[in-house]
Design a protein around this ligand. Structure first.
Ligand SMILES: Cc1cc2nc3c(=O)[nH]c(=O)nc-3n(C[C@H](O)[C@H](O)[C@H](O)COP(=O)(O)OP(=O)(O)OC[C@H]3O[C@@H](n4cnc5c(N)ncnc54)[C@H](O)[C@@H]3O)c2cc1C
Length: 458
């Protein structure tokens, strides 16, 4: 690698911005960051709708596994943050159950509680140490049949839009979902809740501008000449190391860091049909985000809740975020309005009708009693994300490792949420660090960690 080498980064989401930030920080000037969109942030951007409500593209909660990422967040927004206690709930059987669900099953009706307990006891009795093969087997082995039938199976289908037998277990890493049976029983006897239990009990959120404010600020702090928006890549010639943009302009690279969906990258590779052909092997789900803005004050029952999970079929959404609780500025008239942000998954196995999804969402909110007929809805905002969740499909890792080996040989590094296609390292902190670490690797020959699933901090 010489200082003359041109590094091109495609995509100005958290991964691409992390890479550009690191290059700038190291004083390396010969780089270009391009994005098809005319704004920064990718999937972590925010939108203001016609009624003045701010929305993220799905519930973005900022957790961090890294000191570097924490410092970057300080650098992005200084003191313009609010700190929240994470309060997650499940709504089912016409009642609230705090999350983590398994610790609070005492709240369930007897007809659910008994099979859940039977299943948990069976898990303990069997003490099965066989390595599960699919996500379904992992769920059963970890939680037992009762908890799976009551919550894990229906909820996971709603989130992933695929049945768990289609998914692998590699993404779970070495994680073992130990259910603390004595805690479950203690909570049951004492009728006591575990709310905000476990790691990551607090998180911060931008006071102004939604999650997207972070990435706008990071982009603004980079040298303007290095960043180019509204520039969609149409073709990549890995032999000539040349990128062609939609407007016909071309640019040459020595190293290419791509953060666009990996299947799309393969389709852009000119004269590499053996790679382009493999795009169809990738499995993902799309996400519909429906924002409902309301006049009035947030109901007392929702006043401290962050987000709520919905495993039942009486609503299309798997999760609703009480988005006005994250910042008063997420509504047009702070203190006089409130907002709910709902997420719905879609896949070939779980189709969604785009025409009717907003009405279905409102009906679901009524059925789940988050709103009632008296509430005044002033905004209905809808966005469909073609790429929502990179599915950890069964057989994923062999495909990824083969394709990455071939890309690396061509000086192309595909990183990020859909660039790496590894859900387990696809949040904003992981994405930034994938960008930072690939730059450290290219310039300093340091070994990457996050891309390989290692989240230990230095
Ligand atoms: C529903 C949902 C919920 C989420 N919840 C959380 C959460 O709670 N916490 C959290 O930390 N993270 C969350 N995330 C993940 C977060 O959005 C990602 O970590 C992050 O956006 C990934 O960044 P990235 O840069 O890898 O990819 P992206 O953000 O996808 O950026 C890729 C960029 O590439 C550009 N691009 C694509 N094709 C081309 C092309 N041909 N030419 C040029 N540019 C192109 C796109 O315009 C885009 O800007 C969530 C994501 C979703 C969808």
């Amino acid at each position: 690698m010489s200082a003359e080498d041109h590094i091109v980064i495609v995509g100005a989401g958290p991964t691409g911005l992390g890479a550009a930030w690191r290059l700038h920080e190291l004083g390396y000037n010969n780089w270009t960051l391009i994005d098809a969109a005319d704004y920064a942030g990718g999937l972590a951007t925010s939108v203001v709708d016609e009624q003045g409500f701010t929305w993220d593209l799905g519930g973005h909660v900022l957790f961090s596994h890294y000191k570097y990422f924490d410092q970057l967040m300080d650098q992005a927004l200084g003191d313009d943050w609010l700190e929240h206690i994470r309060e997650a709930w499940v709504w089912m059987r016409e009642r609230w159950v705090p999350y983590p669900f398994q610790n609070n099953i005492w709240r369930l009706p007897e007809s659910d509680l008994i099979p859940c307990l039977d299943g948990l006891l069976e898990v303990y009795r069997a003490a099965n140490t066989d390595k599960p093969d699919t996500f379904r087997e992992w769920l059963l082995q970890s939680f037992g049949q009762g908890l799976c039938d009551t919550f894990m199976f229906p909820y996971n289908y709603k989130v992933w839009a695929y049945r768990p037998e289609k998914m692998n277990v590699e993404w779970m890493g070495e994680r073992v979902a130990e259910v603390d049976l004595s805690r479950v029983i203690r909570n049951l006897v004492k009728k006591q809740d575990d709310v905000s239990w476990g790691p990551n009990a607090t998180f911060r959120f931008p006071l102004h501008g939604g999650t997207g404010a972070i990435w706008r600020s990071i982009s603004d702090q980079l040298p303007a000449g290095g960043v180019k928006y509204g520039a969609a890549v149409k073709r990549i010639d890995p032999d000539k190391k040349k990128i062609t943009l939609e407007d016909g302009e071309s640019l040459e690279y020595d190293k290419l860091i791509s953060t666009i969906p990996l299947d799309q990258l393969l389709l852009l590779l000119a004269d590499k049909p053996h790679l382009s052909r493999r795009a169809s092997e990738f499995v993902y789900s799309s996400t519909h985000v429906v924002g409902i803005g309301l006049d009035g004050k947030v109901p007392d029952e929702l006043a401290t809740k962050c987000w709520i999970y919905f495993p039942e079929s009486n609503s299309p959404f798997y999760r609703v975020t009480v988005f006005s609780n994250y910042s008063p500025n997420n509504v047009a008239r702070p203190g006089k309005q409130w907002s709910l942000m709902c997420e719905i998954s879609e896949s070939p196995d779980k189709p969604v009708n785009t025409e009717t999804i907003v009405n279905e969402t409102v009906s679901g909110l009524l059925a789940c009693r988050l709103i009632n007929k008296e509430h005044v809805i002033v905004s209905r905002w809808h966005k469909r994300l073609e790429y929502g969740y990179p599915t950890p499909w069964y057989g994923r890792d062999a495909v990824l490792s083969d394709i990455n080996m071939q890309l690396t040989a061509m000086n192309i590094y595909s990183r990020g949420r859909f660039g790496a296609w590894k859900y387990e390292v696809s949040n904003q902190d992981h994405s930034v660090m994938q960008g930072v670490e690939i730059v450290n690797h290219i310039l300093q020959d340091k070994k990457e960690k996050t891309f390989y699933g290692d989240m230990s901090d230095d």
